[in-house]
Design a protein around this ligand. Structure first.
Ligand code: HDL
Ligand code: ZN
Length: 432
C-alpha cells in the first residue's frame, strides 16, 4: 500500500481541478502494486515451465496465430522449424516486413523498449544477447518491479508431468508466486482424468460413484496440501450447461464444491472457450463462443455460501457478467481475458463494470505465459484503466462530489489487490 505519492504526503483536500485529479490518479495507478490473479508464468524452480527471453516471447501462441495471416508458409513448414527459427520468422514477418500494429506485437515492442533495446532491429541478435546475459533471479526481480506486480498467481495442473516433478520434490516456489489448482482435465476430460488419477495411485472408476467421489476428494486434498492454492480454477466451454446430466455437473456438486467448502477455497470459472477450433495451430488454435450466463447464475444461486471468481471470453458475456454480479454478491468478476485483452475492449469492460458494480471487481489479470509479458500486459492495462477511472472521477466531480488523493489510493488499491485479497483470504508474499 502506498502512503506517499512521489514524495508528497497524500493530499486530504478535495481535488476540484481535473488536471490535478488526473495527476494524482496516474501516480496512484503507477505506484500501486497489482496482484496478478491469473497467469501461466512459473518461477525458475519449475524448470521447463519457466519461460523468459525473446525467443519464448516471439513464439507466444498469440503471435503464432497472427503470423499465418501475413505469410504463405504452411503450418507444417512452420512446425518443422526450431524455436529460434520460428522466432526469427515471426520477427521478420510481423515486425520488419510489416508494422506491429496488433496488441500482441505491440506488447513485444513495449518489452524491448522497457529494456532500452532496439524496437526496429533487423534481427534478434541484440535482444538474444541481452536476455542471455541477464542473471535470471535479478531479471525476475526487475520484471516484477517494472510491471509493478507484487504477487503472481500461477496456473498449476496436477496432471502435468513438470508440475508433478516439481511439487513432489518438495520445492518451495518463489514467495511471490502462488498456486492455483487447475481442474480442466478433471472437469472437461473425465476419461483422461481417470488415467491420470490411477497413475497417481488413486483407485477411481470411469463410472462415477461414491467411492470414486471420495477418491477424487482425496486426490484434491493431497494437491491442496502440497500446493496451498489460493483458489481452484477451471476453464469451461462455450456450451457449458449447469445443471446438466453429465460427469461435470456431478463432479462440481459431489466433489469440487464440497472440497472448496472444506478448504475455504474460491472457485474460478472461466467460461466461453472453444478448444481446438483450428488444430493445425496447436496451442494457438483455440477460439471463443458466447456462453450461457444462466449456468453461472444457477451455480451462484445453488451455492450461496461458496465464493466464485468468474471471467468470460465473449465480449457480450462480460456485460451479462456485470449484471449477474449485481444479483450475486458471491460472484467476483475478474480480468479482461485473452481475446478481450485489447485496449478497446478493456476500456469497454472496465467502464461497464465501474458503471454497474462500482469498485467491487478485479479489473485485470495478465494471463502472461512468458515472464517479460508481465511488463507489457500491465503497462497497457494501467493506461486503459487510468482513462476509465479518470472519466468516472471526472463525471463524479461534475455531479458535485470531488474526491481526495486518499480516496483515489484506497479505490485503486482495492481494485488492484484488495478485492482479490479479501475474496480468497490472501496474505500475499508473506503466505509462504
Ligand atoms: O485457459 C486459459 O487459462 C487460457 O488463458 C489459455 O491458457 C490461453 O491459451 C491463454 O493463454 N490465453 O491468454
Ligand atoms: Zn489463462
Amino acid at each position: 500500500m502506498i502512503s506517499v505519492v512521489e514524495g508528497q504526503a497524500l493530499q486530504a483536500e478535495l481535488l476540484t481541478d481535473k488536471g490535478n485529479l488526473r495527476q494524482q490518479l496516474e501516480l496512484a495507478i503507477r505506484k500501486t502494486p497489482a496482484i496478478d490473479v491469473h497467469t501461466h508464468v512459473h518461477p525458475l524452480e519449475f524448470d521447463s515451465l519457466f519461460l523468459s527471453g525473446i525467443d519464448d516471447l516471439l513464439t507466444y501462441h498469440y503471435l503464432i496465430a497472427e503470423v499465418f495471416r501475413s505469410t504463405d508458409l504452411s503450418h507444417a513448414q512452420f512446425w518443422r522449424m526450431t524455436k529460434l527459427e520460428r522466432a526469427d520468422f515471426i520477427w521478420k514477418t510481423l515486425f520488419v516486413e510489416n508494422t506491429p500494429l496488433s496488441e500482441a506485437t505491440r506488447g513485444i515492442v513495449t518489452i524491448l523498449n522497457a529494456f532500452n533495446l532496439d524496437t526496429r532491429a533487423e534481427n534478434l541478435a541484440e535482444a538474444r544477447e541481452f536476455f542471455s546475459s541477464q542473471d535470471p533471479r535479478e531479471h525476475l526481480d526487475r520484471v516484477l518491479e517494472t510491471a509493478c506486480v507484487s504477487d503472481v498467481v500461477m496456473t498449476n495442473d496436477p496432471f502435468h508431468d513438470q508440475e508433478l516433478v516439481t511439487w513432489q520434490a518438495g520445492i518451495e516456489p518463489d514467495a511471490r508466486f502462488h498456486a492455483s489448482l487447475r481442474l480442466d482435465t478433471l472437469l472437461n476430460d473425465w476419461p483422461t482424468a481417470v488415467d491420470g488419477l490411477k497413475s497417481q495411485g488413486f483407485n477411481v472408476s470411469t463410472t462415477l460413484n461414491t467411492e470414486t467421489h471420495l477418491e477424487i476428494r482425496r486426490f484434491l486434498d493431497k494437491w491442496i496440501l502440497r500446493m496451498r492454492p489460493v483458489y481452484m480454477a477451471v476453464s469451461l466451454p462455450a456450451d457449458f450447461e449447469y445443471p446438466a446430466d453429465d460427469e461435470r455437473t456431478q463432479l462440481i456438486r459431489e466433489v469440487i464444491l464440497p472440497t472448496a467448502h472444506e478448504h475455504n477455497l474460491s472457485l474460478a470459472l472461466m467460461m466461453g472457450v472453444r478448444r481446438g477450433v483450428n488444430p493445425a495451430l496447436r496451442a494457438a488454435g483455440d477460439g471463443l463462443g458466447k456462453a450461457d450466463i444462466t449456468a453461472l447464475e444457477r451455480i451462484c444461486a445453488d451455492y450461496p455460501e461458496a465464493k466464485f471468481l468468474a471471467t468470460m471470453l465473449s465480449r457480450e458475456n462480460q456485460h451479462e457478467l456485470c449484471v449477474a454480479a449485481r444479483k450475486f454478491n458471491n460472484l467476483m468478476p475478474f480480468g479482461c481475458w485473452w481475446f478481450l485483452n485489447n485496449p478497446s475492449i478493456v476500456s469497454e469492460i472496465t467502464n461497464e463494470r465501474l458503471e454497474l458494480i462500482g469498485p467491487s471487481f478485479v479489473p485485470q489479470h495478465s494471463d502472461a505465459r512468458v515472464l517479460e509479458q508481465l511488463i507489457y500486459k500491465w503497462q497497457h492495462a494501467r493506461i486503459v484503466i487510468t482513462e476509465s477511472l479518470y472519466e468516472t472521477y471526472a463525471r463524479l466531480l461534475d455531479s458535485g462530489r470531488p474526491v481526495t488523493s486518499n480516496e483515489i489510493v484506497r479505490d485503486v488499491s482495492r481494485l488492484f489487490a484488495g478485492n482479490f485479497s479479501k475474496w480468497v483470504d490472501f496474505s500475499g508474499s508473506t503466505t509462504r
